[in-house]
Design a protein. Structure first.
Length: 199
């Protein structure tokens, strides 16, 4: 996939018009919580139960990341085929989390919230559901990974009590066969692994 404005690899999608964008042509806006106008959001979170929900998740993943598979913790997962949770407003999916059991942990394979619903607590609520499932399964921790450029994801997970415990150099670059430019023009190379111990 190519950027709408040049021939570079597109790694982002405009949340308004869906144009594909490279790191050079994407614009990120930083504002504090008090400047984000959000009405109180009424939504539900429940387990993924239908093929229709999986089909929507498949489209969301493809549109957001350009592929339906996610490489995390040395395994490739088909995101929409995994168990997980969806957040819905009325009957529309606004966010999802896909999970996998791995040893003594539950791994967050993919978490996505539509841009217009971000900073509304949806992502935190989805992670809370994952933690509850991990406890129900008697797992000792929740794992998640992100790429080295994804500072918003890194901040989000750390704010929920996750800690970086391992860095896997060049894993993301090897998956894509090249070093892509990511958020803020940072080279996308490494997988950062985080964990949260459950008590």
């Amino acid at each position: 996939m190519r950027c709408e404005y040049c021939e570079k690899d597109a790694v982002y999608k405009c949340s308004v018009c869906d144009r594909l964008l490279c790191a050079e042509h994407v614009r990120l806006e930083n504002v504090c919580h008090s400047h984000v106008e959000k009405a109180e959001l009424v939504y539900t979170v429940r387990k993924i139960t239908s093929e229709e929900e999986r089909s929507i998740i498949r489209k969301l993943v493809k549109n957001s990341w350009g592929e339906e598979e996610q490489l995390t913790f040395d395994r490739e997962f088909a995101v929409a085929e995994l168990p997980g949770y969806v957040a819905k407003v009325d009957n529309s999916i606004i966010g999802f989390v896909s999970i996998a059991e791995t040893g003594d942990a539950v791994t967050v394979v993919a978490l996505g919230v539509l841009p217009q619903y971000q900073c509304s607590g949806v992502g935190s609520r989805l992670v809370e559901k994952v933690e509850g499932e991990a406890k129900r399964l008697r797992k000792g921790k929740v794992l998640v990974s992100t790429s080295n450029d994804d500072l918003p994801a890194l901040a989000f997970y750390q704010s929920l009590g996750f800690q970086i415990y391992e860095v896997k150099p060049d894993v993301v670059a090897q998956k894509h066969g090249a070093i892509l430019r990511g958020i803020g023009g940072l080279p996308v190379r490494d997988e950062l692994r985080l964990q949260k111990a459950l008590t």
